[in-house]
Design a protein around this ligand. Structure first.
Ligand code: NOJ
Length: 516
């Protein structure tokens, strides 16, 4: 286990929207280098950088054309090397994004694989044996290359699935078993890509769709086995580097696949979703637990998270996040007070947390935008960072029509410049709670975590982290519950709470971090 990971607080950088250093309207690696001090000052000591590889950007870079080359719009491989060095100078870490499940259909491997004549990459992707063979249960692209066969896609149509084989082979004439030499070669090809960037200085990877490798693998047995092999390689060759999975199944990802951490994802109805993102689009009602409406239920999170935590806490971390590039920003539903309460909770739960760029100032989810580079409804969370009150809010010197996406130019749109000055701002709340987390080993990583109060459809939620207690009441009504501790030292608080006669009363919209 890399030692730094338990103390990490990640900042997710969406490179095209973070900071444009050369005035062409799109963010770049030199722009990120210029803002490393900002990230460090906020308290984040690690970065997850979304894909920066050469790509036609049909899915904003998750469609890789060349795994070994930085996309020219972001800079060069030399810039990447410099970025890693500058990150390390500041005692920080950086994870790149690894996309192992699929490539772009413009990738050189695919160009070779789609050739009609058999060659050494014919099996790098998953092809049926003839264009007339197209079982409907598979997502196949039919009749669009000269090769006599149809190929499987992993996500959008432009993203052919790499071939790691099938766990259950149901069509033996075209499905390879996972131990077929060509499938094993795909694994080796991914390891080589990892080595290339790790040797250059990156500190590991966030792994895209980590559970998607082997097909017909419902229990993910063969997929986890591949990752366990990759973890062995990491242990032997890069013991200080980390792998974080986009999987949302900690037992499979961490215990079986060997990931150092696994993301909680916003899967409708799961623990994270019902806690923070359970807006009912049909009725227009906010049904999340972490909302002032007070209509939520914390038990979905507790019943799901606690057993997963207990089962995986000695092997790796579960990662909560404020948002990412695939979800609406929480500001779509919550006011600043609610955001403060939600983010403080996220930063005091166990695991390794992730902050999405711009969430610290409460940037808006710009739902009115049309799709950019395969973003669709996600586009509104991918807009340029708002740094200053100047041109394009300090993101770029380019003319506004040349920007990657429009900047939120409303007069009251938050900016770093403004939010830093206001000591009661969301920015300063986030900065304070991150500082407190990092100053106290008991609040970092896993350690001792116990739920003290959680009841179906009731508020508050109270949990212990070592010698600290967190009591949080997101609803707007005060609540009183039996409580066997005193509040001796308040470490951080929003709102009001007090203990009297063996009861804790916590006012509406309050968050308390204290020592009993
Ligand atoms: C998950 C990524 O986060 C998302 O942005 C992307 O579109 C898909 N995987 C496909 O790679």
């Amino acid at each position: 286990m890399p030692k730094w990971l338990s103390k990490a607080v990640f900042y997710q950088v969406y490179p095209q929207s973070f900071y444009d250093s050369n005035g062409d309207g799109i963010g770049d690696l030199q722009g990120l280098i210029a803002k490393l001090d900002y990230i460090k000052d906020l308290g984040c000591n690690a970065i997850w950088l979304n894909p920066v590889y050469d790509s036609p950007f049909m899915d904003a870079g998750y469609d890789v054309r060349d795994y070994y080359k930085i996309a020219p719009r972001y800079g060069t491989n030399e810039d990447a090397k410099q970025l890693f060095q500058e990150v390390h100078k500041r005692d920080m870490k950086l994870l790149m994004d690894l996309v192992p499940g699929h490539t772009s259909d413009t990738n050189g491997w695919f160009a070779q694989s789609k050739q009609p004549v058999k060659n050494e990459l014919s099996n790098r992707y998953i092809w049926t044996n003839s264009v007339w063979e197209a079982p409907p249960q598979y997502r196949l692209q039919c009749g669009i290359t000269d090769r006599d066969g149809n190929y499987l896609v992993n996500y959008f149509s432009s993203q052919p699935a790499l071939n790691y084989g099938f766990y259950e082979v149901t069509h033996p004439n075209w499905q390879l078993p996972v131990n077929h030499p060509d499938c094993l070669r795909t694994v080796e090809a991914i390891k080589d890509i990892m080595r290339f960037w790790l040797d250059m200085g990156c500190d590991g990877f966030r792994v895209d769709m980590a559970d998607s490798l082997v097909k017909n693998d419902d229990e993910k047995i063969a997929t986890a086995a591949i990752w366990a092999g990759i973890r062995e390689m990491m242990n032997a060759e890069y013991p200080d580097c980390a792998l974080v999975s986009e999987w949302c199944n900690p037992i499979r990802a961490i215990n079986k696949g060997g990931f150092h951490a696994d993301f909680y994802l916003d899967h409708r109805g799961n623990g994270y979703s019902t806690a923070f993102r359970y807006y009912n689009y049909e009725t227009g009602e906010q049904e999340s637990f972490f909302s002032k409406e007070g209509k939520g239920d914390i038990m979905t999170l507790v019943n799901e998270f606690v057993p997963n935590y207990e089962a995986t806490k000695d092997n790796g971390f579960i990662s909560f996040f404020t948002c990412n590039h695939d979800n609406p920003r929480m500001s779509a539903w919550y006011d600043e007070r609610e955001l403060k309460i939600n983010f403080c909770t996220i930063f005091t739960l166990p695991g390794v947390p992730f902050l999405y760029y711009g969430d610290e100032i409460g940037m808006r989810y710009m739902s009115e935008l049309t799709s950019k580079e395969g973003g669709f409804s996600r586009t509104g969370s991918r807009t340029p960072m708002q740094w200053t009150n100047g041109k394009n809010k300090g993101f770029s010197t380019a003319d506004s029509e040349k920007l990657y996406l429009p900047v939120d130019m409303r007069e009251n749109a938050p900016t770093v410049e403004d939010r830093q000055k206001d000591e009661n701002s969301l920015y300063n709340t986030v900065k304070n709670i991150i500082r407190i987390r990092k100053e106290n080993p008991e609040l970092c990583g896993n350690g001792d975590f116990k739920v003290l109060y959680a009841e179906k459809n009731k508020y508050p939620f109270i949990f212990k982290r070592g010698s600290f207690i967190v009591a949080v009441n997101p609803s707007s009504e005060a609540v009183t519950v039996p409580f066997e501790y005193d509040i001796n030292k308040i470490v951080y608080s929003i709102g009001e709470a007090f203990v009297k006669d063996g009861n804790l009363t916590i006012n509406g919209q309050s968050y308390f971090l204290f020592r009993p």
